[in-house]
Design a protein around this ligand. Structure first.
Ligand code: HPA
Length: 278
């Protein structure tokens, strides 16, 4: 990745936003309505940001948003691009490099996922405690820029323990059922076969999706703290009366989006308060 491209993108965003944030949030399929909670919003379509690739997938609005939540400044990526769209993992993770350049130290990543663990009901939220990368690729492949991070970054706490504890405490406070499990990333775009789901279960995964892991690897490479949340939209390889499709995923995320938004809002406020009192 060309560092000057990251600088150009962040310079434009700095100029247009005029304010800084240390928290970044990436919203997955159908979860973009979270931005409705923000005040003092400034929005920039991805197509106006230099070197930023735009998404071709419905349910991904494709804009960079700055806003405040109870006076806490946040950058929100309303939509992401995916490996299955044909982009390189460098392109997929470019936004995370830009967020770092803008001063982000904590990243919240969200996605829609199919549940593998049969006790995790579709319509629920899952806190990601760890991941398995089955994309067959890694965003850090190639020459390493030491100013960005180490050649061989440690991923034993890819999802920050402290943030996970806070997320669980917030869920308890607002009486929200929050599962916790392992997310496996597959390349897609076809959904899994029943045999593949059986394999993923044997590997130790609780939910499956087609995103997030490259962003989390790059965020860790740059020393950011990460918290991940999956919206479980369907049972993976479900054997219902109809075929699984993206419309169903979007429909369920729409249904979950209210409780997801309330949880996320409360989590951000709680994390901000506790970080200030340290
Ligand atoms: N599999 C992979 N990705 C997904 C699924 C699924 O069942 N649901 C939402 N994203």
């Amino acid at each position: 990745m060309n560092p000057s491209h990251v600088l150009e993108a962040s310079q434009l965003l700095n100029e247009r936003m005029g304010q800084k944030a240390s928290l970044g949030i990436i919203l997955g399929s159908g979860l973009g309505t979270f931005v409705d909670y923000l005040e003092n919003k400034k929005e920039i379509p991805y197509s106006q940001i230099p070197h930023w690739t735009t998404s071709s997938v419905s349910g991904h609005k494709g804009q960079f948003v700055f806003g405040t939540l109870s006076n806490i400044p946040v950058y929100v990526l309303q939509g992401r691009i995916h490996y299955y769209e044909g982009h390189s993992l460098e392109e997929v993770t470019f936004p995370v490099r830009v967020l770092k350049q803008l001063g982000v130290t904590t990243l919240i990543v969200t996605n829609a996922a199919g549940s593998i663990n049969r006790s995790y009901k579709p319509g629920g939220l899952m806190l990601i405690k760890d991941h398995i990368n089955l994309l067959g690729a890694n965003p850090l492949r190639g020459l390493n820029s030491p100013e960005w991070g180490p050649r061989f970054p440690d991923l034993t706490q890819a999802y920050d323990d402290t943030l996970r504890k806070k997320a669980k405490a917030v869920a308890k406070k607002i009486k929200l059922k929050l599962y916790e499990g392992v997310y496996v990333a597959v390349a897609g775009p076809s959904y899994e076969t029943p045999a593949e789901v059986k394999m993923l279960k044997t590997l130790g995964a609780d939910a499956v999706g087609m995103s997030t892991v490259p962003e989390v690897i790059v965020a860790n490479h740059q020393g950011m703290k990460v918290c991940g949340i999956s919206c479980l939209t369907n049972a993976a390889a479900h054997t219902g009366a109809h075929k699984l499709g993206h419309e169903e995923v979007l429909k369920v995320t729409k249904e979950i989006s209210k409780k997801f938004g309330l949880f996320l809002k409360e989590f951000i406020i709680t994390d901000h308060r506790s970080s200030r009192t340290k």
